[in-house]
Design a protein around this ligand. Sequence first.
Ligand code: CTP
Ligand code: CA
Length: 228
Amino acid sequence: PTILGRGRDLAGRRVVISAGGTREPLDPVRYIGNNSSGRMGIALARAARLRGAEVTLVLAHTEEDAPSGVGIERVASTADLDAAMARMAPGADIVVMAVAAADFAAREPAGAKIKKDGSGTLTLDLVETTDVLAHLGRERVGSRPVLVGFAAETPRCAEELIALGRTKLERKGADLLVVNDVGDGRIFGQPDTSISILGPDGVIAEGQGSKERCAHVVLDAAARVPAR
Ligand code: CTP
Ligand code: CA
């Protein structure tokens, strides 16, 4: 069957997708997490599989069901994600980082439950987690895998979007950055989305509608990235 006219154009390609939200423990019962539903990454995994790719989904926290027909690697923290991606990426043709990775983790998670001390405040000592995508960008040998990042932003205009995308792409060493506007509670947890795909020279594609439809647009763009 053809999938929105694309057929099995990714047959023989190995695609690794990360999805969901990582969590950083504070103590045995608490964590730092985020609102990512995991739907965009799961839609990407399904879309890539429908197009014939061999797909691995590196899956952080999500309440969605894992799709069938793809390899699943569960991860909890950003450090777990980093280890899993370092293992999977070298054999991949395309890596898409749709995961919402927690940016900060406890310097030292408490071994026992943190108790209220009566002061009325709590100060946490947090450190930045590894930037997994930047790590993949640095370790990449040659032009594979094609590296695609996601950025949830609230740009005020097209110029700001492009400036932001350029900086982030460069910082991460990625080929493409999929930007979506998450202002006013849009997109997170919603079935529909609206994306702009940035390359080094600006916007190369746009998508709107279901996450499934947008997933195909992202895969189209990734499949077209030329070897460097
Ligand atoms: N990302 C990552 N590791 C992190 C944080 C982010 O791999 N520790 C990846 C995300 O999966 C995404 C891309 O980097 O594909 C951009 O994430 P974003 O949160 O927009 O970028 P940050 O570098 O964390 O910058 P910001 O301060 O804007 O959150
Ligand atoms: Ca971040």
